[in-house]
Design a protein around this ligand. Structure first.
Ligand code: GUN
Length: 290
């Protein structure tokens, strides 16, 4: 069993991004600039956005954080996105999800200029992804693909099972794994809360991507010997032994599943770090760098 180490891979990608950012600045005078919009005070969202901003700085990007209270009116968000769309010095815009209930998520995402849609959530980005046209790919599934590529994991002709059909992870992940690309060319089964015989389907998979947000959900009896297991879960679970009061738990029962796997991602230290690296890659692309 080999650990797919998100720390090592994401650090290598970030060094590469830093070098390309330096060259892009030197050749064009353009500094990639990511603007993040954060609403309310959801602890996990705060942590993710802080990490995104910190990593932007680490690779030489500019970043801006626009914060709103939980009771923000949709009009205020609309105005902010309009301004960021019009600002030529801003190359990437992301709205951290989830949004408060009174805000229409798809309405807000649809306002982002697709050229600045570094999250890849805009319908135009998703449409292009489905059609195999070059576009921004959502950061978490892109991070998983980068990880598979780094470790040269064979996906062609493999049976891949994706658990979870979210717009952020599961659905784009299923599209990427089934695309006529490498990594890709897998036969993909997209499972969800209404799937029957999930255990049986998983037990036949060569590759499993668990992205449902239930800690420890994927058990050893659901995994065949030699499978590749990618854990996208990052749920906060109360843990008094931690200074923060919580531990981060993945969707995989790691202790029991890992011995059966050929490759497995840990949580933390796996896909989460790759998500950030993929977002940086998208932002560099939005700034016009190769
Ligand atoms: N919430 C959970 N994951 C993501 C992500 O990748 N992007 C944004 N904007 N919000 C998220």
């Amino acid at each position: 069993m080999q650990i797919l180490d998100g720390k090592i891979v994401s650090e290598a990608i970030k060094i590469n991004i830093k070098d390309r950012t330096f060259l892009h600045k030197k050749n064009t005078g353009i500094t990639p600039h990511l603007a993040a919009i954060l609403i309310g005070n959801n602890g996990a969202s705060e942590t993710y956005v802080a990490s995104k901003i910190k990593n932007c700085e680490a690779v030489g990007f500019k970043s801006s954080l626009v914060r709103f209270d939980n009771n923000v009116e949709e009009r205020e968000l609309t105005n902010t996105i309009d301004k960021l769309n019009d600002d030529d010095a801003v190359h990437g815009i992301l709205v951290q999800l989830p949004l408060p209930k009174h805000i229409n998520e798809s309405h807000i995402i649809n306002l982002i200029n697709p050229k600045k849609d570094v999250d890849g959530f805009h319908p135009i980005s998703i449409g292009k992804l489905v059609q195999g046209i070059e576009t921004f790919v959502p950061a978490t599934p892109l991070g998983v693909i980068m990880m598979l590529k780094h470790y040269n994991i064979e996906t062609v002709g493999k049976n891949a099972v994706v658990i979870g059909r979210s717009n952020i992870v599961g659905r784009p992940m299923s599209i990427l794994l089934s695309a006529n690309t490498n990594p890709g060319n897998s036969t993909v089964t997209l499972c969800h809360s209404r799937t029957k015989n999930l255990e049986k389907i998983c037990a036949q998979a060569d590759i499993i991507v668990a992205a449902l947000g239930i800690p420890g959900f994927l058990k050893a009896n659901m995994v065949k010997e030699g499978a590749v297991v990618i854990d996208v879960g990052i749920t906060r679970v109360a843990d008094d032994s931690k200074k923060s009061g919580f531990a981060i738990k993945g969707d995989v029962d790691f202790e029991n599943v890992a011995p059966k796997c050929s490759f497995i991602t840990p949580v933390p230290g796996g896909v989460g770090l790759m998500t950030i690296a993929a977002l940086l890659e998208n932002t560099l692309k939005a700034a016009g760098a190769k």
